[in-house]
Design a protein around this ligand. Structure first.
Ligand code: SF4
Ligand code: SF4
Length: 490
């Protein structure tokens, strides 16, 4: 026997809000199938179970005449609505998902790679809605999407498209995840960093870099490793010691000038967390937990993840989701927070006369619109304040801030096999830069820097220099005159 009722009828029957009824249905608490006339079809046993739970007399009975009303007869000629299988569909169960999509297509209009291989975020939403999990998991669309979130900005219904993409990625067999991404995650789990750099090699390298910095411009400097009680724990991107070790010293120079008390851990020093890209929440949690352990072991008060936007986003996300108590124990800085703190507290002095070219800032998706949406704050103004403090001649890209275009390499795309799609996505960014007339592009993300510097400049013939925000700050520093005994390392 089937009980047929509208959401409003059920809400009034059980004395709850209609959204509660929808939640019950979506979560499987009340198994129901969509029927004609916006009614839900509920098996009598399920309806009775709910009535028992809430101490209510059922309005219908399998024994006609025994109690109350008889269920509405179901018209078998009316085509049945698609069964959502909410309990079985791993994508549909998320809040704010496909059940409220209007199919307006705004997301597709905003997505820079919509149309590539028929990719279209609206289609992805509809497929999730129709329970086409297998097709989505097998599809390469979620891996060609950079999870930039531009589609979400324009969605009038706040559908969480990026979250859905990550869920789909997370459902794929791990041996079918793009090799470089999965290898990075596994290597990080097994060896402590994405590239598997041995501990002795890493320590020897950063010590030597510290000696060179001391000889160059920071007398008395020595790389602080495992300094207990240092205020700030600083993570490292394995790409830096592997490919461009001197880039580490830009931050070190700033710390030296600011008189910062900081340290690097000799173990699990990687801040990059590619599990965010592969949708592997378990690995993501493990990698972040190691950072927390380092902070506790070294008794630090704050954390800086200087690598890139996704390292900050993944770590902050994991802290808020799995380790919220940690956020009471230490502060997590973005590169913007810390640099602005130094400037505002006059711990560093910048000389803008060193930079005369026209400069622009590229907002990374993770520090910008995704942080705004997830954590309530996007780092837009801070980035411009710092860039302008170094470069008086400044121009914004159009559009920028929350509406900014992704560089094309987000979501692990830099390491994925879909190079042509990555470059195609980046055409929007290249056009923005070219139109702005800027001669220098500043960014706060390693991923964005690599895509701009290595790929887009060449592919789109861009005549610009690309640099990190902290590189710009380090090169604009007025270095204090310190003597050896004054240097504060930890
Ligand atoms: S913009 Fe939002 S509501 Fe419109 S089709 Fe895309 S997901 Fe659906
Ligand atoms: S997140 Fe970015 S790439 Fe992915 S569907 Fe949305 S706009 Fe397109």
């Amino acid at each position: 026997m089937i009980y047929e009722a509208k959401v409003n009828d059920l809400a009034s029957e059980f004395g709850v809000h209609r959204n509660t009824i929808r939640n019950w249905i979506n979560s499987g608490v009340l198994p129901a199938q969509e029927g004609p006339g916006r009614r839900y079809l509920i098996q009598y046993e399920d309806y009775k179970r709910l009535c028992d739970k809430y101490g209510r007399e059922p309005r219908i009975s399998p024994d006609p005449g025994a109690a109350g009303e008889i269920a509405q007869p179901v018209n078998e000629n009316v085509p049945k609505a698609v069964r959502l299988e909410s309990k079985k569909n791993p994508f549909y169960s998320a809040p704010n998902l496909a059940d409220i999509c209007l199919t307006c297509g705004s997301c597709a209009g905003a997505c820079p790679i919509s149309g590539v291989d028929d990719l279209d975020p609206r289609k992805i939403i509809r497929m999730a809605f129709f329970g086409m999990e297998e097709e989505l998991i097998e599809s390469d669309w979620p891996w060609k999407c950079t999870m930039c979130g531009k589609c979400e900005v324009v969605c009038p219904m706040n559908v969480e498209i990026v979250q859905l993409i990550r869920r789909i990625r997370g459902q794929r067999d791990r041996d079918k995840v793009p090799v470089a991404i999965q290898k990075g995650v596994i290597t990080c789990l097994e060896k402590g960093n994405n590239l598997g750099i041995p501990k002795d090699d890493f320590l020897a390298l950063i010590k030597e870099l510290g000696q060179e910095l001391a000889e160059d411009c920071c007398p008395g400097f020595a790389t602080p490793i495992d300094v207990r009680g240092a205020r700030l724990l600083v993570t490292v991107n394995s790409k830096q010691p592997f490919a461009e070790p001197e880039s580490l010293t830009w931050w070190w120079k700033i710390f030296y000038a600011a008189g910062e008390s900081w340290t690097i851990s000799s173990e699990y020093w990687e801040g990059v967390n590619w599990a965010l890209h592969s949708g592997d929440y378990s690995a993501m949690r493990t990698i972040v937990k190691r950072i927390i352990d380092n902070i506790e072991r070294l008794n630090c008060k704050a954390l800086l993840l200087p690598e890139c936007g996704h390292a900050y986003y993944a770590t902050r996300y994991a802290l808020e989701r799995w380790f919220p108590e940690s956020l009471q124990q230490f502060k997590i800085y973005t590169v913007f927070d810390l640099l602005l703190e130094y400037v505002n507290q006059r711990r560093i002095t910048l000389d803008p006369s060193k930079n005369t070219k026209l400069v622009t800032f590229h907002d990374s998706c993770n520090y910008g619109r995704k942080s705004l949406k997830t954590f309530g704050h996007g780092y837009f103004d801070e980035a411009r304040t710092l860039t302008r403090a170094c470069c008086p001649s400044y121009v914004d890209l159009v559009p920028d801030r929350e509406e900014n275009y992704c560089c094309g390499a987000g979501g692990g795309a830099w390491a994925s096999p879909f190079g042509a799609e990555r470059v195609f996505h980046g055409r929007m960014k290249a056009r923005q830069i070219s139109t702005s007339g800027a001669k220098v592009v500043v960014t706060a993300c390693q991923n964005c820097r690599d895509q701009l510097q290595v790929s887009l400049k060449r592919e789109f013939n861009l005549n610009v220099d690309v640099c990190f925000l902290w590189e710009l700050v380090a090169k604009s520093l007025v270095m204090p005159k310190r003597i050896v005994g004054e240097v504060q390392h930890g």
